[in-house]
Design a protein around this ligand. Structure first.
Ligand SMILES: *Cc1c(COP(=O)(O)O)cnc(C)c1O
Length: 516
């Protein structure tokens, strides 16, 4: 493809992106396709001769869009947000346009140095302890990882190396394999699945500890688990505390956990994947109190800070721990400026790395601190609006306190009601929510996700939820002998559904599968 054609292709792609964004509000958030839909729409073999870009781009609307779950739709309230903004999209484009991989400084100095600078900007914006920053005295620093999962694993591996070295220095004759076999890690039973996975990948048992009634991991629980393992001859090595759990956005108690970890030489990592973004606003920083006691801190600008996936910000107090764990020297990787700037290949699992700092730089510059604060506050205001709508309706209850942009609610009464409501909502595809359980109660999570979300979209979601709750009530109060009569659904042009006892049972099975 020549330059001229690339320009036309690029312009057409930008138009498509803009039109897509404009259309989001009017689309169903969930696609209407079955597994295997796509292979029926395109040939089973790659084309023999190259096609025109016009042909290819037409297939975005025909083949791709029908099978897209619209994560950036203002009707998307599932999981947590995935960031999306125009500055970040252009940053991605330029990153691809410039190309290259930045595993060492010389491999692409701008790639490394912009990452150092943007990670310092970001750390300062959030008022992280200065020991975490690259610009401070000492071995601290920030690095962009691909995901929070990677950050948790990278720090687990660094903690493992650090502990092995420490035990070796105390007991020089002790076998390294034996030390490794005794290491244990801890986290709460509310932590993200990626935390347990890091334990699996790093061959370290991950104890999933119980939490208090606010879903927060407390110091006493951790201490008890540590003592028990020490008595059994094991070596506590790594703790992952979560600020903003995936289920209910709960915050572990860093002020209690921190001193215990420091006293026992345990690496304390903070996973603030979603909620960390809120620390750009001073009014939420009390929620990271105790951060000075930790070894590493991670959050995802690719969740709630408008920087498209992938961009996960990790800061460590001692980058030497990473380098000691990951440094594998090869003559072809050496260069004569070593030591003057980080060689980020020693801070991560892969060798190659993309120029991710570019999109972060664009977001920070085009929004400014003020713009980002506004985005966070806007999401939280909308969540407060949703919370007050739930509270004003006597059929519903809030389950755990609203936290950040997340509201956990359910229908009062038996779990079956909430199950049915959830299943109806999912089958209608107008809004997308996820379900979870809290103390045996089935709950529905409502998250303000899209940057496009406004008050009207909250009303839209609430109308959809309450109209379907009416249907659930109608179904529940029906007699068994008239179960297959069509039931009118309140609201305009919504059609009718038929309910039978079997339907209800199938619904229950379907939803319990979805939750797990
Ligand atoms: C989303 C989430 C993760 C996983 O993030 P990835 O970047 O997809 O690995 C980890 N921890 C918490 C608390 C999360 O909410």
């Amino acid at each position: 493809m020549e330059n001229k054609e690339f320009e036309e292709f690029g312009k057409a792609a930008l138009d498509l992106i803009v039109n897509y964004n404009e259309s989001l509000r009017n689309r169903n958030v969930l696609p209407d396709v079955e597994p295997g839909y796509l292979s029926k729409l395109i040939p089973g073999e790659a084309p023999e001769k190259g096609e025109s870009w016009q042909e290819v781009i037409k297939d975005i609307e025909r083949v791709i869009i029908p099978g897209v779950t619209h994560w950036n739709s203002p009707h998307f309230h599932a999981y947590y947000p995935t960031a999306n903004s125009y500055p970040a999209i252009i940053g991605e484009l330029l990153s691809a346009g410039i190309g290259g991989v930045g595993f060492s400084w010389i491999a692409s100095p701008a790639c490394t140095e912009l990452e150092v600078v943007t990670m310092n900007w970001l750390g300062k914006m959030m008022n992280l302890p200065k020991e975490f920053l690259n610009c401070s005295e000492g071995p601290g620093g920030g690095v962009i990882q691909g995901s929070a999962s990677e950050a948790t694993l990278v720090c687990l591996l660094a903690a493992k190396e650090r502990t092995v070295r420490r035990i070796k220095s105390l007991h020089p004759d002790m076998d390294e394999g034996l030390i490794k076999s005794k290491l244990v890690a801890y986290s709460s039973n509310q932590s993200n699945s990626s935390v347990e996975k890091a334990g699996l990948l790093g061959s370290m048992p991950m104890r999933l500890l119980s939490v208090d009634e606010k879903c927060s991991l407390r110091g006493a629980t951790l201490l008890e688990a540590i003592k028990k393992d020490q008595e059994a001859g094991l070596i506590p090595c790594y703790v992952v505390a979560t600020l903003g759990t995936t289920g209910t956005c709960a915050f572990d108690n860093l002020n209690e956990i921190g001193p215990i970890c420091n006293e026992h030489d345990i690496w304390l990592h903070v996973d603030a994947a979603y909620a960390g973004a809120a620390f750009v606003c001073p009014e939420y920083r009390h929620l990271m109190s105790g951060i000075n006691l930790t070894d590493s801190f991670n959050f995802n600008p690719h969740k709630w800070l408008l920087t498209n996936f992938d961009c996960s910000a990790l800061w460590v107090k001692n980058s030497r721990s990473l380098i000691e764990a990951f440094n594998v020297e090869r003559i072809y990787l050496n260069h004569d400026k070593e030591g003057l700037a980080p060689d980020y290949r020693h801070w991560q699992i892969p060798l190659g790395r993309r120029f991710r700092a570019l999109k972060l730089w664009f977001v920070l510059r085009l929004y400014g601190i003020e713009g980002l604060q506004k985005h966070i506050r806007h999401s939280i205001n909308l969540a407060e609006k949703f919370e007050s709508l739930v509270k004003s309706n006597e059929k519903f209850e809030i389950v755990t306190e609203r936290s950040m942009g997340l509201v956990c609610f359910r229908m009062k009464g038996d779990n079956a009601l909430t199950r049915q409501l959830y299943d109806l909502l999912m089958s209608r595809k107008r809004i997308y929510l996820t379900a979870a359980t809290y103390q045996e109660k089935l709950i529905i999570r409502f998250v303000v996700c899209s940057r496009l979300c406004i008050e009207d979209d909250i009303d839209f979601a609430w109308n959809e939820i309450t109209s379907q709750a009416e249907v659930v009530y109608a179904l529940t109060h029906q007699q068994v002998d008239c179960t297959d009569k069509p039931i009118p659904i309140p609201g305009k042009n919504l059609g009718t559904i038929t309910a039978s006892i079997e339907d209800l049972i199938i619904n229950e099975i379907k939803i319990s599968q979805k939750i797990t």
